[in-house]
Design a protein around this ligand. Structure first.
Ligand code: F6P
Length: 342
């Protein structure tokens, strides 16, 4: 059996760990051969491949990024049908494919599986917004990076009596914001799931400062939305999957807080720092478990499924289920976070 492996969408810490796990398990225990497809779906479409074997995957466990490269190429944007994409399997000489990605990459995989494509999905994204799995690898590393940043901002906020706005990634879901905000002791956390009124945020900061605390930390997801008619936000360019380029709501919030409350404010946009660099031990282990489970899924011909974490166990779920709806922050967790606001 010759299997293709690709990594698509935004990169995340743990991608190399999962590639290593797939190859180790597949070559050593199942006798499979692998071929790397460069830059996500683009590699499959144009036949850009890379050697993937025990030698080429040595020493990569702890490395950030992806040795296969990635892109946001959407084959269906290029006017190709799922059948056309499946034809490319033969062109690059693969019998099946392990696709490592988030909602977009696995959404494509799901469409291929729907017409009988031999595809297994592995969930990755720092955003942790994929349904079907409790956690994606990369998330925990991003949360740790954001928490470390919040800790550092805390001390300088306190020294200067400032309001610090920390913008983290999270387009549709506020997982990074809620976890890093709680871990870092944020006074307000703004997430896409809960449209905010900037005046309420200012009131909470005023109350806190009146009670003798002279600084505040506000964590905001890049995809946080003001309540209708409360604040005007600008939208940017759109990618192949129709997503607007985000990053910048933190600036707006800083300006509004400064103007409305009179407190000095500063913004830090963490951006791609959250996606770069070495994965935490947790993410290395989760990625390794996913990689091994994906090869097991090939062996049992569980095509059309995605490996997932549920109640601490690795299971397989239909790709369709995993990509149907996004997993957003639940009310219970948000309510716990609010206990610590102000
Ligand atoms: O990986 C997902 C994500 O981190 C989103 O939270 C963010 O909006 C997006 O990637 C940024 O992607 P790009 O690298 O294309 O700017």
């Amino acid at each position: 059996m010759r299997l293709g492996v690709l990594t698509g969408g935004g990169d995340c810490p743990g991608l190399n760990a999962v590639i290593r796990a797939v190859v180790r398990k597949g070559v050593r225990q199942a006798g499979y051969e692998f071929v790397g497809l460069r830059h996500g779906w683009r590699g499959l479409l144009v036949g850009e491949t890379q050697e993937l074997n025990l030698r080429s995957t040595k020493g990569i466990l702890h490395l950030g990024g992806t040795m296969l490269g990635t892109s946001r190429t959407n084959p269906f944007k290029e006017q190709l049908s799922p059948e056309d994409v499946l034809d490319c399997f033969e062109k690059v000489g693969i019998d099946g494919l392990i696709a490592i990605g988030g909602e977009d990459t696995l959404g494509v995989a799901s469409k291929l599986a729907a017409i009988g494509g031999k595809v297994i999905g592995i969930p990755k994204t720092i955003d942790n917004d994929l349904s079907g799995t409790e956690f994606t690898f990369g998330f925990q590393t991003a949360v740790q990076i954001a928490t470390d940043a919040i800790d550092r901002l805390h001390s300088t906020a306190e020294s200067h009596d400032r309001v610090m706005i920390v913008e983290v990634m999270g387009r549709h879901a506020g997982w990074i914001a809620i976890y890093s905000g709680m871990a870092g002791g944020a006074d307000a956390i703004l997430i896409p799931e809960r449209p905010f009124d900037i005046e309420d945020v200012c009131d909470a900061i005023r109350r806190r400062h009146e009670s003798g605390r002279n600084f505040s930390i506000v964590v905001v997801s890049e995809g946080a939305q003001p309540k209708d008619g409360t604040l005007q936000i600008h939208s940017g360019e759109v990618d192949d999957f129709g997503h607007v380029r985000l990053g910048g709501i933190g600036n707006l919030i800083m300006e509004e807080i400064e103007e409305r409350t009179g407190f000095e404010a500063r913004v830090t946009i963490l951006g791609h720092v959250q996606r770069g660099g070495t994965p935490t031990a947790y993410d290395r282990v989760l990625a390794s478990r996913f990689g091994v489970a994906a090869v097991n899924a090939v062996e049992t011909e569980a095509w059309g499924t995605m490996v997932a974490l549920r109640c601490g166990e690795i299971v397989s779920v239909p790709l369709e289920e995993a990509t149907g709806t996004l997993k957003t922050v639940d009310d219970d967790l948000y309510d716990v976070a609010t206990t610590f606001f102000g």
